[in-house]
Structures are given as structure tokens and as C-alpha cells.
Design a protein around this ligand. Structure first.
Ligand SMILES: [Zn+2]
Length: 259
């Protein structure tokens, strides 16, 4: 080993990182070369002084906080944050449900108002129809006369049914306007009471409603065969219910499919 070799190996020798052969070589060289021995002694002194110079400093609390803020957050804190998102999403979902329910309630109110308006309209059409000369455009007790009369007058085929056997006499029919639509009105008689049956095409399906009462008149609504029906009369509630049941059960006039 020469002086150049020793300069290369001196730091590793001081760090005790050399293998046995190199370590022995360095030891032998410095025992023979005072210059290298002196250099090695100075390096060793420098190491000792750096180690004892009090260069170590503890981080201040503020520095720790700043560093901690930049480090990725521990897993349990991230879970906490995810829980926060879950609560936010659940709240949002609940708000959506409330909004949908409110919209549904509003639609129901509008439909109810529409139905109320229809009933009011039907009753206000029924009343003047009781005046002489206003009730009937085609006067006939025969459904085979009444039904063809509507041909060309309305753009649908009204349901005209013979209910004489059930105690409701067909008196005739007329054109009317209900809820802004042209409708067919059939007129039946029960003793001294008149029953108006309004009908018009509608896609809405509706089972027979309960008897509703307005200004002393009874009203029942239902739909069948793509038509909407509203029956209005001053007959007793029970009689109107019987009438609607009979009307729905009776076969249609000829030219319509038998029921
Ligand atoms: Zn040397």
C-alpha cells in the first residue's frame, strides 16, 4: 500500500468499514509513513470535534407543526374525512327524496284541483241542461237512435247503453263542452231526476270514484275503453252508485264490441 492508496482508504478506515486485509495494510503503512500517520490523526480529530461541537438542534414546535402539515395524514384521519363525505351524501340524498315527495304532492294537489274544476264544470253544465229545451239535442229512448246521432258530431264513438231494465230510462243525448273539451252527454231519467253522463276520450285510467257532492248534486267519475266518464245527478247517492254500476255492466249499443 502506498500514500495514494491510503488517501483513498483513510475515511473508510476511520469509519471501520475496511475488510481485514485493507485494515492491516493501512495500519502497516502509517506505522512506516509519518506523513500519512499525521494526516489520519488530523482527520480523526476533525471527526471528534464535529461530533462534540453541539451542532445538533431539536426542531421547534412551530417547525414540527409545519412539517407535520405537509406529511400525508394518518389513515384513521382519512377515514374520519370519508365519514364526513358519507354524511354529506346522505344529507343530499335525503334532500332529493324530500324534493321528489314535494313534487309528487304538488302534482297530486294540481290533479285534485283539476278534478275539482272538472266536477264544478260538470255540475254547472248539468244545471242548465235541466231547463226546458236545453237538455237534449236528440230525443230518443232508443240507444240505436242516440248513438248514430253522435256520428260526425264528435270524433269518438260514445258508449250508449240501454238501462231501462235497471230503472234508468234513456231520454236522449246532446253535445256539450266540459273542461274546454267537446264531450258527448247522455241523459237518463230516474223517476223525476235527470242523470247526465258526460264522456270524452282520455288516456287516463281511473276506477269509479266515490260519490262526490257539490251544490247538492252528486258526481261519480270513472274511465273505461279509453273514455273518461262523469255522471252528475240530483238522485240519491245510492241511486247514482247503482246507475254507474249498471252502466258499466250493460252491453254497449250495436256496432260496439259486446261486453
Ligand atoms: Zn504515506
Amino acid at each position: 500500500m502506498n500514500c495514494a492508496d491510503l488517501r483513498l482508504l483513510s475515511h473508510a478506515y476511520l469509519d471501520d468499514e475496511l475488510d481485514a486485509a485493507d485494515s492491516l495494510g493501512v495500519a502497516r503503512h502509517i506505522s512506516e509513513c509519518p506523513a500519512c500517520a499525521q494526516r489520519l490523526r488530523l482527520q480523526a480529530q476533525l471527526r471528534e470535534r464535529l461530533r462534540d461541537a453541539g451542532l445538533y438542534r431539536s426542531a421547534s414546535a412551530a417547525l414540527r407543526t409545519r412539517i407535520a402539515a405537509r406529511l400525508p395524514r394518518p389513515a384513521h384521519e382519512r377515514r374520519h374525512s370519508r365519514r364526513g363525505w358519507s354524511v354529506a351524501l346522505a344529507t343530499l340524498a335525503a334532500l332529493c327524496v324530500i324534493a321528489v315527495m314535494f313534487a309528487g304532492w304538488q302534482a297530486l294537489q294540481l290533479r285534485r284541483q283539476g278534478s275539482d274544476a272538472l266536477i264544478a264544470d260538470a255540475v254547472s253544465d248539468h244545471v242548465p241542461s235541466l231547463l226546458p229545451g236545453h237538455l237534449i239535442d236528440v230525443r230518443s229512448t232508443n240507444e240505436h237512435t242516440v248513438k248514430p246521432w253522435f256520428d260526425g258530431r264528435v270524433d269518438f264513438s260514445p258508449q250508449v247503453r240501454d238501462l231501462t231494465a235497471q230503472g234508468f230510462e234513456l231520454v236522449g243525448g246532446r253535445l256539450d263542452v266540459l273542461d274546454g273539451k267537446q264531450v258527448a252527454a247522455l241523459v237518463y231519467r230516474r223517476h223525476l231526476h235527470m242523470i247526465n253522463v258526460f264522456q270524452w276520450p282520455s288516456k287516463r285510467t281511473m276506477i269509479a270514484s266515490a260519490v262526490q257532492t257539490r251544490n247538492g248534486y252528486h258526481v261519480v267519475q270513472w274511465s273505461e275503453s279509453g273514455l273518461r266518464f262523469v255522471a252528475v245527478s240530483s238522485v240519491a247517492e245510492g241511486d247514482l252508485r247503482t246507475f254507474v254500476r249498471a252502466f258499466r255492466a250493460a252491453p254497449a249499443a250495436s256496432g260496439e264490441p259486446a261486453r
